[in-house]
Design a protein. Sequence first.
Length: 282
Amino acid sequence: MPTTLSPPYSPKTLKHPRSLPRSLNYLLKEQRLLFILVGILIGSTFFILQPSLSRLNSSDTHSSIPRLFPVTNRESLSNPFRGVSSYGHGKVSGRVPVGIGRRRLRIVVTGGAGFVGSHLVDKLIARGDDVIVIDNFFTGRKENVAHHFRNPRFELIRHDVVEPILLEVDQIYHLACPASPVHYKFNPTNVMGTLNMLGLAKRIGARFLLTSTSEVYGDPLEHPQKETYWGNVNPIGERSCYDEGKRTAETLAMDYHRGADVEVTDRDIDLYMNCHEMLNLL
Ligand SMILES: O=c1ccn([C@@H]2O[C@H](COP(=O)(O)OP(=O)(O)O[C@H]3OC[C@@H](O)[C@H](O)[C@H]3O)[C@@H](O)[C@H]2O)c(=O)[nH]1
């Protein structure tokens, strides 16, 4: 065999890995480094300024809405969300870059055909969320929400919250409650209804807002009532089933929070007549 023939296979010579000085050299050539630094600077300025600008905008829009009552709420005892970022506008604590808008939420409003509920529904729909109203029309009226009927983001279910219901939502605003003495005497909504809705919140991991009332303090001896005040209550009076019902609902809500990690907040809706405020609570 002739020895001059070249071997059938010659291994490829390995490229030298780029050495550090060569990479630096590449970066420094043609002012590439300068361009990178300017890019980083522009990017960070944008992300730093953007949240402050959007905060400015949102406070502008809020300023036209008068706060009807001082915000002395029942928060410090019962709101485990303090310090937790809220989905609502104006309270967003994280920085959300432009283009990544607020996620559209699916929300249940029980008692959404009532006075307070229907105004809350208007606000939620205007904010861009999907809203399901559950109401048995005990005291509420279909007409209160009729203007949303053609909106695909709105649903109305005739249902008594005293019976369980299964829905997939992110938040539950629980307002269903017989509000006048003639009605609330005969109705276990506050206990059974709240229990069912808390059970739902627990199963699907939804946040829960309970609309309470200053009547839980009974005939208070302190004015205004502080979070730490427990009230002066009459458990056997004419109106007691309303107060006791709401108190039980609060107890249940806190038990579900402590025992099942349900994120709850309960609010004295007498002080929170402004639905705009309520919107930012969950
Ligand atoms: O068992 C019931 C009772 C009542 N409801 C509904 O719940 C709604 C209650 O609305 P109302 O207009 O009577 O009362 P309001 O809107 O004034 O107050 C309501 O929201 C704020 C809460 O603090 C009150 O306790 C609550 O009743 C009605 O639409 C009623 O039909 C139920 O769906 N199920």
